[in-house]
Design a protein around this ligand. Structure first.
Ligand code: UDP
Length: 436
């Protein structure tokens, strides 16, 4: 594969690496969630203000084209690494050198990008290599930190045996953090963790939260959206939206359902996410779905719980409009785009008191926070909303006011400034006069 056109000869040109998260992939399976969506929105907004972005990702499906234009200025470039198909994170580590070599061949070993921006530890490592090779600034978004994943596992699974994958991931993250010119964290909590566990200097880490497009999430009348989705008009619906993954805490929601079903007539639990149906199903998603089905049976909520699989993002506002409360029961959540989406859709959000969620939601003011992995705590918060229309309206209104401040435009404005500063600094450092 070679870079046939001269597209990169532009000063405002970025090479972005989102290796396991293709920004054009459909969302909602174990491998595709917030990061894919974030990178796509970031690139769209950056292009709007004049940046040319090439997003490099791993080719994971034979049917995908190798180069796809996202818009006039930016494109996705899929590089081969290992077998073309799904590979685990363990395997991903071993194919990163191949992906980096394919990147170098793609650019004919000539760099014309002004800056490298890596996402997650995998994209971070490729961007780091490019940074060291070509001496251009390195920006990193971690999206999730290995150390917090390990701590969460130890806390809740009582599992102190970390796989070699996690150990290696930690080493990579430390290297990437040490060499990054700037790290962009979506939440203050991550910034603190980077300082505490990775020794990042305060000034290296900039907090720039994710955004939400209010128009996309505008409300559709409840009975109409229930009709569209073929949902019971009388049900009191608790909605979960996200990937089917252990750390998302869906089990806690099912346990809370057991505690609530005698208090709330017509209680329903609606679970959106997971590629679990048809021939295209993802095996990891399906395994977690089966585990959750069993859990629903144990909790005697199988008859009131519905798994609908992953839904295209542009249709999710129907699910929000049709539901009574959005529940985000994560054990660990670096940011939580769905919280913003629920708030924009004008449904009350009840989320666990962790990570980015506790930065977004102010308890009892614009949503509720509950103790992670505690169904009783979740039950109490749900009942407070169920029992008071007044409280419900107050939470919705305050949340909507707050969420107006989270726009993709303002997020990208801050990132634009970060890029420009770094590029100028890099130019000055490398100009012939800089040594004088
Ligand atoms: N999402 C979607 N369809 C689904 C499930 C999720 O479009 O079936 C989207 C959801 O709206 C959100 C993103 O996937 O924009 C998930 O991001 P979040 O930060 O909440 O979680 P993450 O995937 O990063 O853990």
């Amino acid at each position: 594969m070679s870079n046939s056109n001269n597209k990169n000869n532009h000063k405002k040109s970025i090479a972005m690496f989102s290796i396991h998260a293709d920004p054009l992939a459909p969302l909602g399976s174990q491998q595709t969630g917030g990061q894919n969506f974030y990178v796509r929105l970031l690139v769209e907004e950056l292009s709007r203000i004049g940046w040319e972005v090439d997003v490099f990702t791993r080719l994971d499906d034979q049917r995908k084209k190798q180069i796809v234009q996202i818009n006039k200025k930016s494109r996705v470039i899929r590089l081969k690494g290992g077998k073309i198909g799904y590979i685990s994170k363990e395997e991903l580590i071993t194919v990163l050198p191949e992906i980096y070599n394919n990147f170098l061949s793609f650019i004919n070993f000539q760099n014309s990008y002004s800056l490298f921006h890596g996402h997650y530890w995998d994209g971070g490592l490729i961007a780091l290599k490019a940074h060291l090779h070509f001496n251009k600034p390195l920006v990193t978004n971690f999206h999730s930190l290995g150390i917090i994943r390990i701590q969460t596992k130890e806390k809740y699974l009582m599992n102190k045996n970390n796989s070699s994958y996690l150990t290696e991931r930690l080493n990579i993250e430390n290297e990437v953090a040490k060499n990054s010119s700037v790290i962009i964290s979506l939440a203050k909590t991550e910034k603190k963790e980077l300082q505490q566990f990775y020794g990042c200097p305060e000034e290296k880490c900039k907090v720039v939260p994710g955004g939400v497009d209010l128009k996309r999430w505008s409300r559709v009348e409840r009975s109409k959206s229930r009709k569209i989705l073929n949902l019971d008009q009388k049900g009191f619906i608790l909605l979960y939206v996200g990937r089917l993954e252990w750390r998302k805490g869906i089990g806690t929601l099912l346990s809370a359902g057991n505690l609530l079903k005698n208090e709330i007539p017509n209680l329903k639990i609606l679970i959106v996410g997971g590629k679990i149906f048809g021939r295209q199903k993802n095996l990891d998603d399906y395994k977690e779905y089966k585990r959750l089905l069993k859990k629903a049976e144990q909790e005697k909520v199988e008859n009131i719980t519905k798994f609908v699989g992953n839904i295209p993002n542009r249709r999710l506002h129907f699910f929000c409009s049709a539901s009574d409360i959005m529940v985000i029961p994560s054990y660990y959540e670096p940011f939580g785009l769905v919280a913003l989406e629920g708030m924009a859709s004008k449904i009350p959000v009840v989320a666990s008191n962790v990570g980015g969620l506790m930065n977004i939601i102010k308890d009892a003011k614009d949503g509720f926070l509950f103790e992670p992995r505690n169904p009783l705590s979740l039950k109490e918060k749900v009942l407070l909303i169920y029992n008071s229309q007044e409280l419900r309206q107050k939470l919705i209104q305050n949340a909507y006011e707050k969420v107006k401040n989270y726009s993709w435009k303002s997020m990208v404005k801050k990132i634009d400034e970060i890029y420009k500063d770094l590029i100028i600094k890099n130019k000055n450092e490398n100009s012939p006069n800089s040594a004088i």
